[in-house]
Design a protein around this ligand. Sequence first.
Ligand code: GAR
Length: 200
Amino acid sequence: MKNIAIFASGSGSNFQAIVDAVQARLLNANISLLVCDQPGAYVIERARAANIPSYIFRAKDYPSKEDFENEIALLLKNRNVEWIVLAGYMRLIGPTLLKQYEGRIINIHPSLLPDFPGKDAIGQAIAARAQWSGVTIHYVDEGMDTGPIIAQERTRLEEDETRESLQRKIQAIEHKLYPSILQMLLTIGDVKHDEKTGAY
Ligand code: GAR
């Protein structure tokens, strides 16, 4: 079973969906810890309730992004974290963590990327009067919501769609899609493969 760290900055409804999926045995992973960059974030309460240790790192307490990420990287190494799952973590991942976790950092974003990257993707879709929006799960690279796409699910915007109604639709998708895609990604390497016969 893989050890994962969840990074979050806000309310943590996706964090909760992942915790619930692990408890329901729909997701075969060990949530080692939460990394949060916002001391007042509600996700910290959720972690406490789920008995998951949380670690708060404030970027402004470090002289550089490299120092900030080095400290996080050290913690993750000490706790044998194998994958990083971003769940509403509103900060770009820098070269320090990208190098240590190459190909093992995943993000969820509330739009059909490459449409509406960055902050307030839901507000951007409403403002653009888009006909469709949705959810993207992707590998993280150095860009803003630019890494290779793993999965997308779309939803149609009604004529009278509001930010609140779209957010509800998108979150409902996120809370199902993220755990199921994580289950696929995290268990691929667990399948035993017999080198001699080729059988699985
Ligand atoms: C989610 O909708 C997630 O897709 C989004 O932040 C929200 C966090 O909600 N992430 C981004 O916009 C990343 N660019 P939550 O705290 O309730 O999980």
